[in-house]
Write a protein that binds this ligand. Structure first.
Ligand SMILES: Cc1cc2nc3c(=O)[nH]c(=O)nc-3n(C[C@H](O)[C@H](O)[C@H](O)COP(=O)(O)OP(=O)(O)OC[C@H]3O[C@@H](n4cnc5c(N)ncnc54)[C@H](O)[C@@H]3O)c2cc1C
Length: 478
């Protein structure tokens, strides 16, 4: 059967050109294109669950080299065909949504080069490389990327960069922007940008930043080089529980101000503590867990100093099983549909703010979302700490009544959370990105001139608006 038989004449010429250039790397059969229609966004999954599936893309293209990506991009430019770049599809904000008149450029076969430079502590990967496979490869050499998103096993290294991801060890090792050393990207006109490999440059604006958080709107990242760390010889774990969430926040603030840098610092509010650590911690307490790592002797030194800080704020040392429990479950990936089947709607929303604002932000967002009638729980933890503030990662759970519109409730939750966070001066997206779910809030985050600047950059690089239309910016902002 001719794979292009079902396509309209207008799409035939672009499909023919793509097939001529890439042969079998162009997939057109519905059963081939269907798995690439979307990412992990709850709202898309609601649509599928309710039987209103999203459209299949015109084709899925699976290039294996930067040069092939450039050819795909040039062909799509020529025919005015939208390009939706997809990594591993673990994004949770609607950054990947196929459209019938566009192609999905999947990076899952873009897995070369793959090299480790032990002398300079660098590793280079094709953008589609699975995150866990990349980490395991460097670990075989006694090294680590140090980037552990919960989704490490279901995300790609290029996706990490494109979404400005954060790993669970970020407090010491930084977020992806601190780990990225250099990159290669195909720009919307098909030209190839390669950043110079140097530990630092005072050579004008850092152009790598254009791609960090670009979410497929400014081109396709094809290769990334990360700056590695040697694996720490020393490690310690400990956990405390506090009377109040605010006491735990104050402990973290003091620890950061005192210049201690545990890779893992996670504080749970009383309800999340109960949910996760019921066996080791009394009801109503806030659990704070730490992982310490470093050169010989450093983990013990750091854990002792931090224990004193926690004790001074009423923190009670608890079984280290609390930390072990977190380690065991830290890369679990939930299935939204299973929750829908149980009559539950769940999503997570992460924001950030400075220390003086954190308590107010926590209370403001919990209060705003809890006021929605079907919301049965709004909880939070803080998992990424900085000298001047921290993130808050909220989990909203709703139990929609029989016959209720899940999408409407979903939108109400996001609207309430974003409105409250915005009015309290928070940074509106700590690490999941903007995608579609936060698109209308990006103007508040960037301000009027910031939004105009971003639109101008987009218009200059992608004047036809072909790269991931509808993500980050409203299509009309071009
Ligand atoms: C259970 C779960 C846990 C998660 N935990 C974390 C976490 O701890 N920390 C965190 O930061 N995120 C987390 N996420 C979100 C998600 O895993 C990250 O955003 C991840 O970086 C996305 O990578 P991906 O390869 O799956 O990208 P995709 O979902 O495929 O794409 C995400 C966006 O990036 C663009 N994109 C992808 N690859 C490229 C490329 N090569 N060039 C240009 N654009 C590209 C896409 O167009 C899209 O806009 C989690 C998600 C889930 C489902």
């Amino acid at each position: 059967m001719n794979p292009m038989a079902n396509h309209r004449p207008s799409s035939m010429s672009v499909l023919t050109a793509l097939s001529d250039a890439l042969g079998e790397a162009v997939l057109c059969e519905p059963q081939q294109t269907e798995p690439f229609r979307r990412d992990y966004w709850v709202r898309s999954e609601i649509d599928e669950w309710r039987g209103s599936p999203l459209p299949n893309p015109m084709a899925v293209v699976t290039p294996t080299t930067t040069q092939q990506v450039a050819s795909v991009v040039q062909i799509c430019q020529e025919f005015g065909t939208p390009v939706i770049t997809r990594g591993a599809g673990s994004g949770v904000v609607g950054g990947v949504l196929a459209q019938e008149d566009g192609i999905v450029l999947s990076t899952h076969k873009l897995i070369t080069p793959s090299s480790i430079d032990k002398k300079n502590l660098l590793a280079t990967f094709g953008a589609g490389t699975n995150g866990l496979e990349a980490e395991e490869l460097v670990q075989d050499h006694g090294l680590t990327i140090g980037h552990w998103p919960q989704s490490i096993g279901v995300s790609s290294v290029g996706g990490w960069v494109a979404t400005r991801a954060s790993g669970q060890f970020s407090t010491a090792y930084g977020n992806i922007e601190d780990i990225l050393y250099s990159l290669v990207a195909v720009l919307p006109d098909g030209s190839i940008y390669r950043s110079r490999e140097t530990p630092r440059a005072a050579a004008g604006p850092d152009l790598r930043q254009l791609f960090l958080g670009s979410e497929g709107t400014l081109g396709v990242i094809t290769e990334v080089t990360f700056s590695l760390r040697t694996q720490a010889p020393d490690q310690a774990k400990q956990a405390f529980h506090f009377d109040r969430f605010d006491d735990g926040l104050e402990a973290i603030r003091r620890i950061m101000a005192a210049r201690w840098l545990p890779p893992v610092v996670r504080l749970y509010d009383p309800r999340e503590s109960r949910r996760n650590f019921a066996e080791s911690v009394p009801k109503g307490r806030s659990v704070l867990i730490f992982l310490h790592e470093g050169p010989p002797g450093s983990a013990q030194l750091e854990s002792a100093a931090i224990a004193t800080t926690c004790a001074n704020l009423g923190g009670v040392l608890t079984e280290s099983t609390a930390v072990e429990h977190w380690f065991e479950h830290r890369n679990t990936v939930p299935t939204w549909t299973e929750l829908f089947e149980q009559g539950l709607l769940v999503d997570t929303i992460e924001v950030a703010t400075k220390w003086s604002n954190l308590s107010g932000l926590y209370r403001g967002v919990v209060e705003a979302v809890s006021a929605i009638p079907s919301v049965i729980s709004m909880t939070a933890h803080s998992s990424h700490a900085y000298r001047s503030g921290a993130n808050l990662y909220f989990t909203a759970v709703a139990a929609p009544p029989e016959g209720a519109d899940y999408t409407e409730i979903y939108d109400q939750i996001w609207d309430a959370a974003m409105t409250a966070a915005d009015s309290l001066g928070a940074g509106l997206a700590h690490h999941h990105g903007i995608g579609r779910v936060r698109r209308t809030w990006l103007n508040s985050e960037l301000g009027e001139s910031g939004s105009q600047l971003l639109s101008a950059i987009k218009a200059a690089l992608d004047p036809k608006g072909l790269f991931n239309p509808g993500v980050l910016m409203e299509p009309t902002q071009l």
